[in-house]
Design a protein around this ligand. Structure first.
Ligand code: ADP
Ligand code: DP6
Length: 331
């Protein structure tokens, strides 16, 4: 029986969204994306390869997962088994310190943590860049959760050159306030939503064009530590992603009435002179990019409407961490 190895990976929220695949098997995206890793939401996953098991076993939040969920993680475990020459099934336990499947990026931290733990348990000890290509095969956004701070997922052209790169540590007074509008499992997964959008939305080609421009500009905003520019591009890119969804057939929307309330409140905060900007993913929750030093003021304002436990402050998260205290990751 192999040794159990456990890692923690933090979620990330895209400021420039990944929205669409050009290869569904390899998870090659239609566009490069850029995110901020968050310290308040994360997943801890332990993996052990164990010859006494008949098949992979997966426990998430103390609940044994059914065949479909096991298959999803087995596909990622297989990549490690193939490279490392392991034939044993794996015993996997995971805890999400983030609501699952609610547009709060549990798939990003979940699949990154799985890849990170399998990397150590298999003895492969891949460098982080290569590890990000394995995490990508579980969920696209997981590619970016290997690193902390601002992270770019460079779309690349093949399995080996579509990986994450750290752009900046985001240690210049950057924060994010998350408004949990609804933490229930969403009706349309990111995977299904982006697929339908690529296939049917007439707005999709313009999305790709304008996102390439947004990415270049946001990277220069980060280089110049220009917070206003960073926020304006973030807000605009998120809205454009949601516009492609409205143009799909059948049209759909991830927004709920309270998502719009939160967006209005962010605009009001700006009018009061507090720089902050919203973004949303494939769910109703609203994430507010802000100065970490303004985050408590923003939280206070938002909790005049939302309940306090639904408004959560995050600072920039870290790289994936080995919490068995034994393995070492290499850059
Ligand atoms: P989210 O917005 O939370 O990322 P998605 O629908 O995109 O929602 O992804 C949720 C899916 O991610 C889950 O159904 C599950 O398959 C996977 N997932 C979530 N947490 C974990 C975890 N800790 N380990 C492995 N897979 C996970
Ligand atoms: C809107 O990474 O969850 O959050 O690759 O199919 O697993 P799959 O999708 P996923 O999609 C994330 C979409 C997004 C934007 C983003 O995180 O970049």
């Amino acid at each position: 029986m192999g040794k159990e190895r456990k890692v923690r990976a933090y979620t990330n929220i895209a400021l420039i969204k990944y929205w669409g695949k050009k290869d569904e098997t390899l998870f090659l995206p239609m566009n490069s994306s850029l995110s901020l890793t968050l310290d308040s939401f994360y997943t801890e996953t332990a993996v052990r390869f164990d010859g006494s098991l008949e098949r992979d076993e997966f426990w998430l939040n103390d609940v044994q997962q059914e065949e479909k969920a096991v298959q999803k993680i087995s596909r990622v475990l297989d990549l490690f088994r193939e490279t490392a020459g392991i034939t044993e099934p794996a015993y996997v336990t995971s805890t999400n310190f983030v609501p699952t499947a609610a547009g709060l990026a549990s798939s990003a931290s979940g699949l990154a943590a799985l890849a990170g733990a399998a990397n150590l348990a298999s003895g492969l000890h891949l460098d982080k860049r290569t590890l990000s290509t394995y995490a990508r095969r579980g969920s696209g956004s997981a590619t970016r959760s290997i690193y902390g701070g601002f992270v770019e997922w460079q779309m690349g052209t093949n399995n080996d050159d579509s990986y994450a790169v750290k752009i900046d540590d985001a240690d210049w007074d950057i924060g994010m306030v998350t408004v949990i509008v609804n933490s229930k499992e969403k009706a349309v997964s990111s995977r299904a939503g982006m697929k339908n959008t690529v296939l049917t939305s007439p707005f999709y080609p313009s999305w790709l064009e304008s996102t390439a421009k947004d990415l270049t500009e946001i990277k220069s905003a980060i280089r110049e530590q220009d917070f206003q520019k960073l926020g304006e591009i973030t807000e605009s890119n998120g809205m454009k992603m949601h516009a492609t969804v409205l143009g799909a057939t059948p049209p759909f929307s991830y927004w709920e009435p309270d998502s719009i309330v939160a967006m209005h409140m962010v605009r009001e905060l700006r009018q009061q002179g507090i720089p902050c900007y919203f973004t949303m993913d494939a769910g109703p929750n609203v994430k507010v990019l802000c100065r970490l030093s303004d985050s408590q003021k923003i939280q206070s304002y938002l909790t005049t409407y939302f309940s306090p436990e639904k408004v959560i402050i995050s600072g920039p998260g870290k790289d994936i961490e080995d919490i068995t205290n034994e393995g070492v990751y290499h850059d």
